[in-house]
Design a protein around this ligand. Structure first.
Ligand SMILES: Cc1cc2nc3c(=O)[nH]c(=O)nc-3n(C[C@H](O)[C@H](O)[C@H](O)COP(=O)(O)OP(=O)(O)OC[C@H]3O[C@@H](n4cnc5c(N)ncnc54)[C@H](O)[C@@H]3O)c2cc1C
Length: 473
C-alpha cells in the first residue's frame, strides 16, 4: 500500500496557518484529512442545533479548500478513537497529525486516540492549537494561574505571536481509496421544521467567510472599535466568534492583521483600537485557562458560595425569556436576534444574562444551556465563563450586587431605539423616549401584541439583593 499521512481535523477547519497540515504536507507522501462526528459523545457535550448547522457548512467549505491541495476529506461517524485508528489503517498512515484543542474532554479524547493508534504501532503528533497562548503558558509570579483578568492581560500582551503559516503546496495524489460518509446523511441541518433561514441569511461559514469579515472589519470598523463596540445597532465588532470557535481563522491571523493595520497608520486611535480588539482575543485565552483549572465549570460554580443560592425554578418565566417576551424591549430584542441569527451582540448578551439570573432568579445554567443550543459560536470555555461572570460566581466576576437596569442599559446603548425597532417591531412606532420603557403589568396595555413587564425592576432588584444577602447568613 502506498504510504500516506493523515490529518485529524477537530476545531481547526482551515488550511491556512495550520501546523498539523503543514507538518503532514512536508512528509512528501499523499495526505488524507479526517473529521469524526460522535452523535452521542462518550466525552464532552453534544453540539447544539446552531453549531451543528454551522459545522455542516464549514465541513463543506473545508472539503473544497482541501481538494485544491489534492487532499480528500474523509467523514466518519462513530467512536472517535476507533474511527481515527481505522482510517489510519485504511489510508496507510503511520503518523496522524492534529492540532491541540484546549478543553479537558478533548484532552481525554486524545489519550484514547493515542492508545488506539499505539495498538497498531502508529503515533499521534499534536501541534499548534486554536488559542494565542494556551493554558499553562501564562503564569503568575508564584507559578500558578491568574484568577483576575487584568494582570493576566498585562502579562499576556507582552508576548507577540509568530507569523501565520502559509497554505501548504498541493501534495501528490493518492491511489488509495478510503470510504467516507456523505455529509448530507449526517443530518446536521434542520429540516422539520427548517428554522435556519435567518442563519443562512446572516452567515457564510468557512475560511472565505471569515477572511471577508476580517477584511471588512480592518477596512471599515477597526478605527472605531472602542467607540462602536457597545452599540448593538451598529456593526461595531468583527462577528468572527463562530469562525474562531470552529478554527476557520486562527487568532494569530486576526492578531497580525489588526497589528499590521495599526502599523500602517500614524493615528494613535487605531493603535489603541487594535489593542482593544486584541484584548478580546485575550479573553478567549483567559477563559480556556480557567477551564483547564476548573474542568467542571460548565456545571459547577467556580465560587462555591453560590451553591447555596436560592435559585427559582420557573419554567414559564424561562420560556418567556427564551422567546423574547419578557416585556423589557432590549432583553426581548436580544433574545429574538439570537433565535433568528444564532448570534447576539456582546453588550446585549450581558443584559439578557443578567436579567435571567438577577431579575428572574433563574440558575445561570438554564441560560447557558439555551445559549449552547442557539448560538453559532457556542463554546464551552467562553459560554460558561461568561455566564458565571455575569452571575457573580465566576473568576473575577461582576459583583452580584451590581444589577443591570435593562431600561437604562437600553437607553444608553441603543439611544435611538434602532436595535429594538429592528427586533421588536411591535414597538417600532414609539418615540425614542418611550421605546425602552416596559409597560407596567398594572397599567393596562398601550400596545397591542407586546407583553407587559414580567417583573418590576425595583422589586426584582431588591429581591435579588435579598437572595444574595442570604448567602452571607
Ligand atoms: C452570557 C455570555 C455568553 C457568551 N457566550 C459565548 C460563547 O459561547 N462563545 C463565544 O465565542 N463568546 C461568547 N461570549 C462572548 C462574546 O459575547 C462574543 O465572543 C462576542 O459577542 C462575539 O462577537 P464578535 O466576534 O463580533 O466579537 P469581537 O468584539 O469582534 O471580539 C473578537 C473576538 O474576541 C472573542 N471575544 C470577545 N469577547 C469575548 C468574551 N467576553 N469572552 C471570550 N471571548 C471573547 C471572540 O472570539 C470574538 O470573536 C459570551 C458573552 C456573554 C456575556
Amino acid at each position: 500500500m502506498q504510504p500516506a499521512t493523515l490529518v485529524w481535523y477537530r476545531r481547526d477547519l482551515r488550511v491556512l496557518d495550520h501546523e498539523a497540515l503543514t507538518h503532514a504536507c512536508a512528509q512528501g507522501t499523499p495526505v488524507f484529512a479526517l473529521y469524526v462526528d460522535e452523535t452521542n459523545p462518550s466525552h464532552g457535550r453534544a453540539m447544539g442545533g446552531a453549531t451543528r448547522w454551522w459545522l455542516h457548512h464549514s465541513l463543506d467549505a473545508l472539503r473544497s479548500d482541501l481538494s485544491k491541495l489534492n487532499i480528500k476529506l474523509i467523514l466518519k461517524r462513530g467512536a472517535t478513537a476507533e474511527m481515527v485508528g481505522q482510517t489510519a489503517t485504511e489510508v496507510g498512515a503511520t503518523t496522524v497529525h492534529a492540532m491541540a484543542v484546549h478543553e479537558p474532554a478533548e484532552a481525554e479524547q486524545v489519550v484514547r486516540v493515542e492508545e488506539r493508534l499505539r495498538r497498531d504501532g502508529r503515533t499521534l503528533a499534536i501541534a499548534g492549537g486554536n488559542l494565542l497562548h494556551p493554558p499553562g503558558t501564562i503564569r503568575n509570579k508564584q507559578g500558578g494561574g491568574y484568577k483576575v483578568f487584568t494582570p493576566y492581560w498585562k502579562f499576556w500582551r507582552t508576548f507577540n505571536p509568530s507569523a501565520p503559516l502559509p497554505v501548504p503546496s498541493p501534495v501528490a495524489v493518492s491511489s488509495t481509496e478510503c470510504a467516507s460518509d456523505n455529509l448530507d446523511a449526517w443530518h446536521l441541518l434542520p429540516s422539520k421544521p427548517d428554522w435556519a433561514s435567518g442563519l443562512r441569511e446572516t452567515w457564510r461559514p468557512g475560511a472565505d467567510g471569515a477572511r471577508d469579515l476580517l477584511n471588512t472589519f480592518i477596512q471599515g470598523t477597526l478605527g472605531d472599535y472602542q467607540d462602536a463596540r457597545d452599540y448593538p445597532a451598529e456593526t461595531g465588532t468583527t462577528r468572527l466568534s463562530a469562525h474562531l470557535h470552529f478554527g476557520e481563522i486562527s487568532p494569530r491571523q486576526v492578531w497580525h492583521a489588526v497589528r499590521d493595520a495599526a502599523a500602517r497608520e500614524t493615528d494613535m486611535k487605531i493603535e489603541n483600537d487594535s489593542w482593544s480588539i486584541i484584548r478580546q482575543l485575550c479573553w478567549r485565552d483567559f477563559n480556556h485557562d480557567l477551564l483547564s483549572r476548573h474542568p467542571d465549570m460548565a456545571t459547577r460554580n467556580i465560587d462555591t458560595r453560590f451553591d447555596a443560592f436560592p435559585w427559582q425554578s420557573e419554567p414559564d418565566a424561562l420560556r418567556r425569556w427564551q422567546k423574547g417576551e419578557t416585556g423589557y424591549p432590549i432583553v426581548d430584542a436580544g433574545m429574538r436576534e439570537l433565535w433568528t441569527t444564532g448570534w447576539m451582540h456582546n453588550r446585549v448578551r450581558m443584559i439578557v444574562a443578567s436579567f435571567l439570573v438577577k431579575h428572574l432568579l433563574i440558575h445561570w445554567r438554564a441560560g447557558e444551556e439555551w445559549f449552547w443550543d442557539t448560538l453559532v459560536d457556542a463554546d464551552v470555555a467562553n459560554n460558561t465563563a461568561n455566564w458565571q461572570w455575569v452571575a457573580g460566581c465566576g473568576a473575577d466576576a461582576a459583583p452580584y450586587f451590581r444589577i443591570f437596569n435593562p431600561i437604562l442599559q437600553g437607553e444608553k446603548f441603543d439611544p435611538n431605539g434602532d436595535y429594538v425597532r429592528k427586533w421588536v417591531p411591535e414597538r417600532a412606532d414609539l418615540s425614542n423616549k418611550l421605546i425602552h420603557k416596559p409597560t407596567p403589568a398594572d397599567a393596562g396595555l398601550f400596545e397591542e401584541n407586546y407583553p407587559t413587564a414580567m417583573v418590576e425592576h425595583g422589586f426584582a432588584r431588591k429581591r435579588a439583593l435579598d437572595a444574595f444577602a442570604s448567602l452571607k447568613r
